[in-house]
Design a protein around this ligand. Sequence first.
Ligand code: 9MR
Length: 411
Amino acid sequence: MHKTCFITRRRALWLGLGALVTAGDLTRDMAKCLSQKIQDMDGQERDFKVARGASLKERAAAKGLIYGAASRYDDLSSNAEFADRFVEECGLLVPEWEFKWSAGNKLLRPTPDSFNFTAADWMAKFARNHNLLLQGQTLVWHESLPPWFEDTVNRKNAEQLLVKHIETVAGSYTGQMHSWAVVNEAIKLSDRRSDGLRKTPWLEFLGPDYIELAFRVAASADPQALLFYNDFGLDYDTPADEAKRTAVLRLLERLKSRGTPVHALGLQAHLSGDESRFNARKLRNFLHDVASLGLKILVTELDVTDKNLPENTGVRDRIVAAAYEDYLSAVLDEPAAIGVLTWGLSDRYTWLSEFAPRADGAPVRSLPLDAELKRKLAWNALARAFDRAPVRDAHLKVKEHKSDNKSDFFV
Ligand code: 9MR
């Protein structure tokens, strides 16, 4: 546990954590660490107060930043109140599965030679109708591949399959996308390669250059979109995250040195409410190194799991909010950071309900709005981070000339 965690029994009681220790719901060490997160510098309880009622997208835009969120066709199309809240709070929509090769039994590419854009088109239209920027996720990922993929792909056809996919999918929305996650999660250090790359079918059949190929094909299919590399596990002061940050930086350096049209790094930022090993300085240094390559930075999938936090909603919400605020304060300090996307907007619809459910069965509370679509402390934390962020030079729709000299994109 973090060595600066310190709390008196009186303060633990005051913060509402002491009772949980007594009841055996929380170890004393954990209570110390959690309580530290929700105190300010003077040892007072952090209040997460915000000044006015402006939405997250308005607060972000006031600083030249983007706020957006992921959502699914199923949820946006079936819940009008949710759709209204989405449009109110968000300036960008990331379809959570609709632009992937496949998701469960929903197939964007049902066979090697056919594509079904029904759900993706609906999402693109929703974005257009509501003046939202649109982000595509994801052109190259080792997960969410269609059932035919494994038995079909081989050394001979891999390049054609990949190129056709990117040309067709990115090419179908040319000029409509703010950004594309071109390559997702390509680093896995436990695969033990010297370049840190994950062993995937693309690597097996095309070698490490598949990454560069994907970015080049995407850039020619949609010259205006911001093209980014996206990955998780880059956030904390742990040996694993430190090693991954180094490997990602090496990858980005390699790509840039070859003139690859990569424009940004996407930090997924799936955070954990019970993780105390956060070091803002180390994260900032990493982001500075990324920015020094001429790359923008986008937080792409931010959420905070409350899996191991106390059941008490007041305490839980404050710990989750603290994780949001601490993380974003560090990231938004970096001038190259252009926006923040949360992986969902409301606790009603989050992948964490399935992926990281709580042992006590209580509904998870990981996102800015609660399950009733009401703003909660996580929302305040985001609002505060935007309010405190330095103003970016560029505002929405400013043209940027990038090193590959081909395309423009929104910041
Ligand atoms: O949240 C997404 C879930 O709805 C999909 O079923 C799943 C598989 O396509 O992907 C989830 O999103 C992932 C994202 O695309 C990449 N980073 C990890 C996210 C959570 O698994």
